[in-house]
Design a protein around this ligand. Structure first.
Ligand code: 26M
Length: 814
């Protein structure tokens, strides 16, 4: 008789070698005596995947046995990056695999480099989803993530002559060892058609007769927890033609055309839309969202019905989290299923809806809130439009009783926006139907309460909360900065902080310890990887590595950084030899993608390149200043850049960044922050102390008055001078940059670049001053890492679990 342990895959070097070689031979189909790095990576990944599957099965069996309330996390975007290193670390088999590989003549790190990024998302929101999945698994929560399996991830950014070009990211080209195709888990998704009334058992029911049906197939991506056997799943849907798809065309005889037509169904899940923060109501995008929502809802209801005879217990077993409004059609879809397919009746169905949905918003401006044209919704999803109208009618009636006939307010709060084009406001739908609305930082909630969602806050103050964002220390320290990870464990005397981030604060006790300082400084100087990634620009290792990486957006003010760099360049040029000796050498790194249609953002990228060209080729400046733009910023680039940064910049105009999460990754890695008091930075000040950061700029409360001043606003002479340099063609292309300069002209400068310039330069000077005092800098750096514990996604997820979702850990025995 086998003991349970005997049937598990073994992790000793010999067994691992055998597994890898078997996969070389039988999965990759290469000779075990002759295979290259890429083939070795695939065989390795498959051996790791076997171990993932084993744990995932155990987890599923355990969850099914216990029957806990489950969280369903709905997000249109997940930025997973690479999986190999993260997986072996979470499984606790990194060193065993590395040993096995070295005996086969391969280096783990080299093989890990073979993997491409999974970029199924745009930016902050999408990477947050990935971090949260890691925390859900690690904290043993019974959760399932749902998303779309786009064939084309976020566009690749290629820079040609300093201009951004977009290229398709056909990421599945070389196969994806991390997914498991579930050919038998498929659901039909309906579109278009008409709604009719039918009588069943003497009761009237709506019946939706679709005009098109597409099939959704599940692809499962296991997500392992760290320090636990629990492994949860991210289920991604892909579209394929359905056998019911447009049957008519076959009967009309044109077989070939009909088959070609069928193939078009796949386009629904083919592309991730780049974020331009203004939802354009494209038909294919709406189709994509409903496709995602419908497949996920069918899967959730099927799972519930497997073990329940009726819906009485549904709210006790199901929590649905909407990651922004993108999946908010799920509200109407669950309502439709409960009404039209389960025949629950309006009141019971509505009662369930109000108990199961929660919503997190990731934006600060009402302009960025999603709207769907009523006409579009009516044609694609006729039944859903009816349901949304019914929800709105009931809400409006109730509202009139509560606030009276305040027509302006009623119009603002209505789900339906009247006007030249009628729109459905997805945020209003979400607030009305969800039990909880979360912001992503304390300041963000304040802005929601007082501005964006004020009317709703006054009506239902109890619905509004915030959960400050966090990031996972597993990926952002353990995977991406192994030497810092070892150092932290050594000084804390334990690795337990990897699961219990609160322990990090223990570093504070050693903040002035000379021995730690020595080791920490070595760690800070560890910029080599970063230098390799910036390639052909020669830089000094003594320089301060100053990093500004995130999506390019006016509100994030990369322009402020570039103007600051021009000012620094200009100042050095005007210095005598003696003064130049006092300049702290800088390597400025900027990286990020601009939305393809966002012209100003693209000009900012070009400006960065022309300025870099000028500075980097000026021999008179030498090592004192370099500017490098790293193309195609993604998770893997971030993993290289963040550990090597000395200073990072977070320059959003106060009140515009809902939270910001890259700052958290830098902070954990002991990088100092130069930042405005915006988003989650405000909470960082409380955790690490103002004296350990370089803060500048207008605060949220100052911003309106500054904007009000218009042309009367005072801006410093240095600012006028650097803008003039661009206007005069100092860096070439003066006509091209004119519109960019006009945007920051006094009176037109919405994001207050000019107003914050003087204070920005002061903060930069303060950073220079601190950098030359090595002990002071090292101590600040230690205190930043020590104080970063609050910004772990473990804390965020625990708050969501306890306060919003009402779920409990369900730990699989190991
Ligand atoms: C919209 C229309 C069409 C296609 C895509 C979009 C779209 C996609 C993502 C719009 C917005 C999207 O994300 C918003 C976002 O990433 N917000 C960021 O969320 C982070 C996590 O909460 C915060 O830290 C950032 O402050 C916030 O900007």
């Amino acid at each position: 008789m086998f003991g349970l342990m005997d049937v598990f895959l073994k992790n000793d070097p010999l067994s691992l070698q055998k597994d890898i070689l078997d996969h070389v031979e039988f999965t990759v189909a290469k000779s075990r005596f002759n295979f290259d790095d890429f083939e070795a990576y695939h065989a390795l990944a498959h051996s790791v995947r076997d171990r993932l599957i084993e744990r995932w099965h155990d987890t599923q069996i355990h969850f099914n046995r216990k029957g806990p309330k489950r969280l369903y996390f709905l997000s249109l975007e997940f930025l997973m990056g690479r999986s190999l290193s993260n997986t072996v670390i979470n499984l606790g088999v990194r060193d065993q695999f590395a040993d096995a590989l070295s005996q086969l003549g391969f280096e783990f790190e080299v093989l890990a480099e073979q993997e491409g990024d999974a970029c199924l998302g745009n930016g902050g929101l999408a990477r947050l989803s990935a971090c949260q999945m890691d925390s859900l698994a690690t904290l043993d929560y019974p959760a399932i993530g749902y998303g779309l399996r786009y064939q084309y991830g976020l566009f690749r950014q290629v820079i040609l002559d300093g201009f951004q070009h977009e290229q398709p990211d056909y990421w599945l080209n070389f196969g994806n060892p991390w997914e498991i195709e579930r050919v038998h888990i498929t659901y039909p998704v309906k579109f278009y058609g008409t709604v009719t009334d039918e009588v069943l058992n003497k009761e009237k029911h709506k019946v939706w007769v679709p005009g098109e049906v597409v099939e959704a197939v599940a692809y499962d991506n296991p997500i392992p927890g760290y320090g636990t056997r629990n492994t949860i799943v991210l289920r991604l849907w892909a579209a394929k033609p359905s056998d019911q798809h447009n049957m008519e065309s076959y009967n009309t005889g044109d077989y070939v055309d009909a088959v070609v037509n069928r193939q078009r169904a796949e386009s629904i899940s083919s592309i991730l839309y780049p974020d331009d923060r203004s939802y354009q109501g494209k038909e294919l995008q709406l189709k994509q969202r409903y496709f995602f929502v419908s497949a996920s809802v069918q899967d959730i209801i099927r799972r519930f019905k497997d073990t329940h005879k009726n819906f009485n217990e549904f709210p006790e077993k199901v929590a649905l989290q909407l990651n922004d409004t993108h999946p908010s059609l799920a509200i109407a879809e669950v309502m439709r299923v409960l009404l039209d397919e389960e025949h629950l009746g309006w009141n019971r169905a509505w009662d369930i809806i109000c108990k199961i949905f929660s919503y997190t918003t990731h934006t600060v401006s009402s302009e960025a809130m999603e709207k769907i044209p009523v006409d579009l919704m009516g044609s694609l999803l006729p039944r859903h439009l009816q349901i949304i109208y019914d929800i709105n009618f009931n809400f409006m009636e109730k509202l009139k009783k509560m606030i009276g006939l305040d027509y302006d307010r009623l119009a603002r709060m209505s789900i339906v926006e009247e006007g030249a084009v009628k729109n459905i406001r997805m945020a209003n739908l979400s607030i009305i139907c969800c039990h909880t609305v979360n912001g992503v930082s304390r300041l963000h909630l304040e802005l929601l309460k007082t501005k964006v969602f004020r009317d709703f806050y006054e009506l239902w103050p109890h619905k509004f909360h915030y959960k400050t964002n966090g990031v996972t220390q597993r990926r952002w320290i353990v995977v991406s900065n192994p030497s810092l990870c070892a150092l932290i464990s050594k000084w804390l005397g334990t690795e337990a902080w990897i699961r219990d981030i609160d322990l990090l604060i223990g570093l504070r006790d050693h903040a002035t310890n000379a021995e730690l300082h020595q080791e920490w400084k070595m760690e800070l100087c560890n910029d080599l990887m970063l230098v390799c990634t910036i390639g052909n620009v020669q830089v000094s290792l003594n320089a301060m590595f100053d990093v500004h990486t995130k999506r390019i957006h006016e509100y994030k003010r990369q322009l402020l950084n570039i103007l600051g760099i021009i000012h620094r360049y200009d100042s050095i040029k005007n210095m005598n030899k003696n003064d130049r000796k006092k300049v702290v050498p800088r390597v400025c790194i900027i990286s990020g993608k601009a939305a393809p249609g966002y012209e100003i953002a693209k000009k900012i990228i070009k400006l960065c390149h022309v300025v870099a060209e000028k500075i980097n080729n000026d021999n008179d400046i030498g090592d004192l200043l370099k500017l490098v733009f790293i193309p195609d910023y993604n998770v893997s680039v971030a993993e290289l850049v963040i550990p090597g940064a000395d200073l990072s910049q977070h320059l959003s105009t106060a009140g515009h960044e809902a939270s910001g999460t890259s700052s958290m990754k830098f902070l954990m890695n002991g990088c100092l922050l130069l930042a405005t008091e915006d988003g989650s930075t405000i909470e960082m000040i409380e955790e690490v102390g103002r004296e350990n950061m370089f803060l500048f700029g207008a605060s949220v409360n100052d911003v309106p008055a500054l904007r009000e001043k218009g042309p009367a606003l005072k801006v410093p002479l240095q600012f006028l001078r650097v803008v003039r340099m661009i206007r005069d063609g100092h860096f070439g292309l003066k006509d091209y940059f004119k519109s960019l300069c006009d945007k920051i002209e006094t009176g037109n400068d919405y994001f207050l670049v000019g107003a914050d310039f003087a204070s920005y330069l002061e903060a930069q000077a303060a950073a220079d001053k601190a950098f030359v005092d090595e002990d002071r800098w090292t101590q600040m750096s230690i205190l930043c890492a020590a104080g970063s514990g609050k910004f772990s996604s473990d804390r965020t997820i625990q708050e969501y679990a306890e306060k919003t979702w009402g779920i409990q850990p369900c730990r699989c025995p190991s």
